[in-house]
Design a protein around this ligand. Structure first.
Ligand SMILES: [Zn+2]
Length: 409
């Protein structure tokens, strides 16, 4: 059989799988329902970047969300930029979502009004169930939006691992416990530990951080940095500083003891030089009992991120967001991951969306395509049977996340 027939068969079989969505930023459904939606709702979040990079000004972008401007006028502003970004992987998820939920094949000057009416008509109670459960067969989405009360059994929370600590104001009134009395570094660490115990009791399964450069933790240095802020001898610490190094290290130690997964954004975002996946190695080595869920394959440092999964028993690799960064890279990364990494250590999918939840479906379609592309080639070459391939896919889309996060379904 040829590759494309096998690929289609695999996709069909995978469409029957239930899925654990390993990373979202969704707000409680009521927040989405209170949002005034139209076709431009699909262009919040990542496509924002593509539009700006294509030449749209920030004020033009903001005007897309000003409902005092007629929809027709906003379309005129948008249309030339849409034609520039329509081939990016981000945009493909938009088109797939529009086709699935609103019945329009394309987004253009003939369809934008119809799509706007359709999304408005669908913006009512049960939307999350219709998208996640009915269209995607997602049983659980692991979700980080800065709160634990998510109002749906479909969403399980992850919370930030660290908060800003470069100023005395931030340190003495931490957002996770604004009324804490903080006079010493140990007071701050006690507050962090209380925060972790509280959010864990509220159902949190992981804490999320970024793969910034971290220095070796040194308590004396951290105390000096803390005291310099408290005394006012300095007003702001640099972005990366000994206080942060020490607090993050202590936080990981405590979170791991409490059984929470350490989720780590790696690679691409803003000045991504500060997000190299290899920044994590000292932390991964110092905390062998912590489980690190390394997100996004560290794009563009894909091989560096893969090597974290290759080399360390306490690392899992999470392909959330990857399929909409670039399908080509995701396919290559998955193919190489099968060669490199034990089958129980990869998580295949996380939508990584906030308001335009319909795009989770588009992203999932792309993830299944990518998985099928990689597996079909191996089947045709006689390296795997179809049932072995589907067994691997089921681990990546389902079993591994349940095991890593200890999900009770
Ligand atoms: Zn994210």
């Amino acid at each position: 059989m040829d590759c494309s027939t096998v690929k289609k068969e695999l996709i069909k079989a995978m469409e029957e799988f239930e899925v654990i969505d390993c990373h979202e930023h969704m707000l409680p459904e009521k927040n989405r329902l209170e949002t005034a939606v139209d076709v431009f709702t699909f262009f919040t979040h990542y496509t924002h970047n593509d539009l700006i990079v294509s030449g749209m000004s920030e004020s033009e972008y903001q005007s897309l969300y000003n409902h005092n401007i007629p929809l027709e006028r906003r379309w005129e502003i948008f249309e030339p930029y849409w034609e520039r970004i329509r081939w990016t992987s981000y945009s493909r998820a938009v088109l797939l979502a529009i086709q699935r939920f609103y019945g329009f094949e394309d987004l253009n000057r003939n369809t934008y009004e119809g799509i706007s009416i359709a999304i408005q008509n669908n913006n009512n109670a049960g939307l999350y169930e219709r998208v996640l459960k009915d269209a995607c067969k997602i049983r659980i989405a692991i979700n980080q939006c800065g709160m634990t009360d998510l109002g749906s059994p479909l969403l399980i929370p992850v919370m930030p691992l660290m908060y800003e600590m470069y100023t005395w104001e931030a340190l003495s009134h931490p957002p996770f416990e604004p009324n804490a009395t903080i006079q010493s570094l140990d007071d701050y660490l006690d507050a962090v530990r209380r925060y972790i115990l509280r959010v864990k009791s509220e159902g949190v399964v992981g804490l999320k951080m970024r793969s910034n450069p971290f220095g070796h933790p040194d308590r004396a240095e951290a105390i000096r940095a803390f005291d310099s802020l408290r005394s006012g001898s300095v007003s702001t610490l640099p972005e990366f500083n000994p206080l942060r190094d020490y607090v993050v290290d202590e936080t990981i130690k405590f979170a791991a003891k409490e059984g929470l997964v350490i989720c780590v954004h790696t690679g691409y975002w803003g000045d991504f030089r500060k997000l190299h996946p290899l920044h994590m190695i000292p932390l991964i080595q110092r905390h062998p009992n912590a489980k690190f869920d390394i997100y996004h394959l560290g794009y563009p440092w894909v091989r560096d991120a893969l090597m974290l999964g290759k080399g360390f028993p306490n690392v899992w690799l999470n392909l959330c967001w990857t399929h909409i960064i670039s399908q080509k890279f995701a396919i290559d990364g998955m193919d190489e991951a099968i060669d490199l990494i034990p089958a129980n250590k990869i998580l295949a999918f996380g939508g990584d969306y906030r308001i335009p939840v319909e795009k989770i479906y588009g992203h999932l379609v792309m993830a299944r395509e990518d998985m099928a592309e990689v597996l079909a080639k191996r089947i045709v070459e006689g390296r795997m049977t179809e049932s072995q391939a589907l067994d691997l896919a089921k681990k990546w889309f389902w079993d591994n996340a349940i095991e890593l996060y200890g999900l009770k379904l």
